[in-house]
Design a protein around this ligand. Structure first.
Ligand code: SME
Length: 159
């Protein structure tokens, strides 16, 4: 049973604990669906103020929705399209304070106002992107970005 609740009051500590918890959940488990599902659930219950948390996988050069928490979402996204597609194409983290000002943003959930997308790359290959959405404008700061990049590094080894 997983009944550990991470305290979100101190962001630095929260990301440290989140990384430790994620490592514990995925360590030794080779199934990528299981690992994405547990990662999405862990992030969803730990980070305050999200309306979507999950994965788009690189399936033959197109992003296809993977395990997530939140409302049902767009299934397929082309590289270069929307925030996720730009993250996939450029392999650069996309931290967007106002998604409505992002050219080509794909509105899967009209509640979303800001977004953080972290590409997950292993051996030069894009495996997936981790996508977090929030109804709060500018929900994600540099500390969230660094914390989620660290989570992406853990996941890169097990997806
Ligand atoms: N808004 C994203 C699409 C995915 S949903 O937010 C879950 C985008 O523009 O890529």
């Amino acid at each position: 049973m997983y009944d550990h609740k991470i305290d979100a009051a101190d962001k630095k500590l929260m990301y440290r604990d989140l990384a430790t918890a994620l490592r514990g959940l995925v360590e030794g488990e080779p199934d990528s669906v299981a690992n994405m599902a547990n990662a999405a659930a862990l992030i969803w219950e730990t980070l305050p103020g999200l309306n979507w948390a999950g994965f788009y996988r690189n399936v033959g050069g197109e992003l296809v929705v993977g395990p997530f928490q939140g409302r049902p979402a767009c299934i397929r996204i082309k590289f270069g399209e929307g925030v996720c597609g730009v993250a996939a194409e450029t392999r650069q983290v996309q931290r967007v304070d106002d998604v409505h000002a992002f050219p080509g943003h794909i509105a899967c959930d009209s509640a979303s106002n800001s977004e953080l997308v972290v590409p997950i790359v292993r051996d030069g290959e894009l495996i997936a992107v981790l996508d977090l959405d929030s109804p709060t404008q500018a929900r994600f700061d540099a500390e969230d970005e660094a914390g989620c990049v660290a989570l992406g590094d853990i996941l890169a080894r097990v997806l």
